[in-house]
Each structure stands twice: as C-alpha cells, then as structure tokens.
Design a protein around this ligand. Structure first.
Ligand code: PEP
Ligand code: MG
Length: 593
C-alpha cells in the first residue's frame, strides 16, 4: 500500500478533523469532488489523465440521460412548446467542439476535468458576449445551465460517479451529501473523508450506521490530494494521514487490531442487563437507518428501535416507494424486533436530506424550512400513504409512530387527525392494524421543549432529538465545521431544556427517550441519566460501551452529579466542575473533555 501511488504529496502528511465515525481504515483515495475554487486550476499528473477524461465523459453521458428523462416527463401539452430549451441543451452537449475542447485541455494542459470545463465555458461565454444579437447573446444562459449541470455531475452532486470504485477505497470529497453516501458500496469503500461536515450531520450518521470510519471537517484536504494516494483514516481520533511511510502504516495496523480487540471484548456485555448499581433499569434501543441492521443490533443488545429514520427508504431511488413497499420494509423490522418496540418516525426530508422527486423547492434556509411534518402536512397524500404503511406494519409486532420537528400543539393535532382518518379508511377496508398504536413526537425544537408539559398531555411518548435541539437552541448549524466549536451539548441552555422535557414527561407519566447523538457518548449518557432519562437510543455499535458505563454507576450518584450543574452558567465552569466532580465520583470511567 505505502508508496504505491506516484504522488507529489510529502510523506506522512497529517491532518486533523472531526472523527465522526470510529475505527481505522487504510486504502487508496478516490476523490469524488473538490472544493469549488473559481480561478484556481488543478494540475494533474499524466497518470491521472485517462481517469479525468473518463469522469468528464461520464458527466456528459449523465447530463444527456437526465435531460432526456426530463423531456419524457413533460406530459402537459401546454409545456411542449418549451421542449426546445431542453433540445438546445442537448445540442450543446452533442457539440464536438465543446466536449472535444475540454478533453483536449485535460490531455494537453494536464489539468483536472473540472478545471478544463471551467476554461471551455469561459471561452464559449466570451464568444457569446461578443455577438451583437440580443437573441443569440441570451443563449448564453443555456450554456451556463449546461455548464452547471455538467459541473454538478462531475462533482457527483446529482448522481455520483462512485461506480468505478475499487476494493479498499477511501472515498474523499469536498462535501459528501447523504444521497451520495447512501450509494456507496459498503464492501469496497472502507473509509470516508471530507473537507466539510459535522459530527451530527446526516452523512456522519450514515457513516456510523455503515460502520465505516470517517473524518470530516478537514478543510482543504480535497484541494491538494490526488486520486490513488494512500490514506489512513482514524475516525476514533479524528486524524487522517496522507501518503504514510511504512513505519506509520504499521503503527496504524497495530492500532486497528487493538481497537477491534477492545470492541470484541465489549461485545461480551451484550447479554447483560442495562442496570445501574442501585437497580435502575435503563432501556437501550437502537437507531435504524437500514432494515438490514436489525440482526446486528439485536446481537449488540438493542432492546428495540428508538428511532427508525424512514426517509432512508426514499433516498437514492428514481421514484417514491409505494405503500406496499413501505409496509413490507417496515413490517419486516417490526416482526424481527418483536416483542421489542419499533419507533417509526414519519418522513423527515428537507434540511440536508433532499429527495429530488419530492423536495423540489430550493430554500434559502432549508434547516428552518419545509422539513419533516411541515412537509408531510402539505403533502397529505404522501403522508397518508406512509401512515397506512406504518399502520399495516404495526400488526406484525410492537410498532410506535412518531412525528418529527414538531413545533406546536396544532401540528401534533393535525398529524393525529391524519392518522385517525387513515385508521378509519383501513377499518373500512378491513385491513388489520394495532388499534392501540402508541403515538409520539420528536422533541427537537426549542418551542416543543418549552411546551413539553402541554404536548405531553397529547401524546404517548417523547423522543428527544438532541442533534436538532442543540442546533436550534444554540442557532448553530449541526453540519457546519466553522461553528462546530459552538455546538455544545453541555451548554447550560441545552441542559435546562433537557431537564424541562424530562420533568414534563415524568409528571405526565409518559416515556422520554433520547435518540440524538448525545446518547452514545459515555459522559453525556451519564448526564442524561442524571437528568432523568432512562431510555436511550443510539447506533447499535455504541450500546455495549454505554451499557458498561451505566452498569458501573449508581443512579443516585448520576442525579447528584447533574444537580451540581444546574447553577453553572458558562462552559468553563461546567468543564471544571465535570473534571473535579467526575474524577471524584466516577474515577477512571470516562474522559472529561
Ligand atoms: C435529532 O435531531 O437528534 C434526531 C435524532 O433526528 P435527525 O438526526 O434524523 O434529525
Ligand atoms: Mg432531528
């Protein structure tokens, strides 16, 4: 592996970023897209020419395919007169001068496909600018539109070119979207690295659910790396080593083995009860992204599914899954998990999770836009189809339905009204379902947390989504590396909100499970316990480690430990308290940041 690629990159170039999925991976780099740097030309080596030309040709082929598909989809006759626009775009793509020039630039000037395309576009734009005819000059817009499409395809933003990936590949990118990550071949891609992205971004969540080590937030990794260079990804410590020497390579191989051995040992606790030293039972459930994870989750000791992210069923396919397809996929998980509960969250698209067929609107601020139930309550047909599928799945075991991104009581009532209508339909059609299907909501907006006592009267359970709750409470984009330092689960405002929710749930006698990415962290798990949360849900891989911590502490100690936090107002005070008090009460159990 070491020294296998010809590269100008110095030996052992070490980069630190955010370790978003643990483990160590070693492989050759496949760079999917680079940072957009207008005006900067990326040089390539002679060895990379064929690959870049191939990438460009693939982007042209994909663009043609997409435009033809778009044309076929236009069935409204009134739109037919506009078909010429698509034809004009297809003509540009068929123009030998346009594509031939770009390929020649890659070959002769030894520059990347993206750089070559930029240069061709600039040249053609200059020609259009010089034309003294308004109509023809306006055709520049067509050229730009084709250029944008090609660039997106080249960067893998529309349909990624991840097909040619070889064995043991580290997939690198400026930015990895959840849609791209969904498509990777888990047998071949062993590690992920990207310039952007945060720990609780959905791409990071997917990396963890695939069990693929990943380091994000590497800033300029994509701009200096090249295809084929050997890379070590240490997702446990958030380190990436580019072009490692033999010595470093061997050190990481040893570290990889040691980590795998430690994991194996932890697995032995899978069958033990999740119970504190003073007898408090804790329910440890798993978050599921893919139905195939169910078996492994049970092996790791999951006592149910605390969060099933159904939007994954909608990503990475050309159409929307039918009611039968959804009912079958959900029913299989419910049946396999029985008698344990499976908490099925209705569609949470929007934000970073774009499903092109159903979320066509570009929004300036998608995280606060038409997301989750806001979308479902507008697209009632789609929503009811999903609710029918969930109800049908409920007859196979113990299902629960849950609504995401609730921000008001009216939304809860509107969702429940849809559910009732669907139940009536099913009864009429004599289709079986669980009449007592529990109904819950995600508490992940500050408004839901503040109104928790009122909302608790209306539902059977809460699931606290700390990823979004922290993001919205602190106004910090959960996927943005630049503000990652502000994304603080121990912020006093976050802790206060969590306490409000736990107390409201306890008072109303309903369950409250934390299913955000706070739950799998040993220290945070203990704090959540101290706040009164006795249900936690996480990627199943983390269940054994969290169980080990919970079995080593007393519930009363955790409560007292957290009570001492309530009057502290700054991060510094909180960190100092955790260090002193944590060391005293729970010596050697976990590291305090
Ligand atoms: C959360 O917000 O904490 C959560 C579990 O939901 P998601 O990560 O899918 O937004
Ligand atoms: Mg959420």
């Amino acid at each position: 592996m070491t020294g296998s690629a010809k590269t100008d990159i110095e030996e052992n170039r070490v980069l630190t970023g955010l370790g978003v999925s643990p483990g160590i991976a070693i492989g050759e780099l496949f760079l999917l897209n680079r940072a957009r740097q207008p005006g900067v030309t990326h040089a390539i080596t002679a060895d990379e020419v064929d690959r870049e030309v191939e990438l460009f040709q693939e982007a042209v082929r994909l663009s043609v395919e997409q435009l033809r598909e778009a044309k076929d989809k236009i069935i409204d006759k009134r739109m037919h007169e506009h078909l010429f626009i698509i034809d004009a775009h297809l003509l540009i793509l068929a123009d030998q001068m346009f594509t031939g020039d770009t390929e020649a630039l890659i070959r002769n000037d030894l520059i990347s496909a993206e750089s070559a395309l930029h240069q061709t576009l600039e040249k053609f734009q200059a020609v259009f600018d010089s034309i003294d005819d308004e109509y023809l000059r306006d055709r520049k817009a067509d050229l730009n539109s084709v250029g944008d499409r090609l660039l997106r395809n080249l960067r893998g933003e529309n349909v990624p070119c991840v097909r040619g990936i070889e064995k043991k590949t580290i997939l690198g990118a400026h930015e990895l979207s959840p849609a791209i990550t969904m498509q990777i071949d888990r047998e071949k891609v062993v590690g992920l690295v990207s310039d952007l992205g945060g720990r609780s971004s959905h791409t990071a969540i997917l990396a963890r659910s695939f069990g693929i080590p990943a380091v994000f937030g590497l800033e300029n990794f994509s701009s200096f790396s090249s295809n084929g260079v050997p890379v070590i990804v240490d997702g446990t410590d958030g380190v990436v080593v580019v072009n490692p020497s033999n010595k470093v390579f061997k050190e990481y191989l040893e570290k990889k083995q040691a980590l795998e051995y430690a994991e194996h040992q932890l697995l032995e606790s899978a069958g033990l009860a999740a119970e504190t030293l003073d007898g408090q039972r804790i329910s440890l459930c798993c978050n599921l992204e893919f139905p195939e994870e169910t078996e492994h989750a049970l092996e790791l000791g999951a006592e149910g599914v605390g969060l099933y992210r159904t939007e994954i069923l909608f990503l990475n396919r050309p159409d929307i899954p039918t009611e039968d397809e959804q009912a079958e996929a959900l029913g299989a998980v419910v049946a396999r998990m029985a008698p344990h509960p499976v908490t099925i969250r209705t569609l949470d698209v929007g934000g970073e999770k774009i499903v092109p067929e159903i979320s066509p609107h570009e929004e300036a601020n998608p995280a606060m836009g038409l997301r989750a139930v806001r979308f479902s309550l507008q697209e009632v047909g789609l929503f009811k189809t999903q609710l029918r599928a969930i109800l049908r799945a409920s007859q196979h075991g113990h299902a629960r339905v849950m609504f995401p991104m609730i921000s008001s009581l009216s939304e809860v009532r509107a969702c429940k009204a849809c559910l009732e209508e669907v139940k009536t339909e099913l009864r009429r059609e004599k289709i079986l379902f669980d009449e007592k299907l529990p109904v819950g909501i995600m508490v992940e907006t500050p408004s839901a947390a503040v109104l928790a006592d009122i909302l608790a009267r209306e539902v059977d359970f809460f699931a606290v989504g700390t990823n979004d709750l922290i993001q919205y409470c602190l106004a910090v984009d959960r996927g943005n590396k630049n503000v990652a330092y502000l994304y603080d689960p121990l912020h006093p405002a976050v802790l206060r909100m969590l306490r409000l929710v736990s107390e409201a749930a306890n008072k109303a006698g309903i369950g409250a499970c934390v299913c955000g990415e706070m739950a799998p962290d040993p220290l945070y798990a203990l704090i959540l316990l101290g706040l009164g949360f006795v249900e936690l849900s996480m990627n199943a891989l983390f269940i054994p480690a969290v169980k080990r911590i919970l079995r080593a502490v007393r519930y009363q100690d955790a409560e007292e430990f957290v009570n001492g936090l309530s009057d502290l107002a700054t991060k510094e005070e909180i960190t100092a308290y955790l260090k002193i008090e944590g060391d005293k009460r729970f010596p050697g159990l976990f590291e305090i940041p």
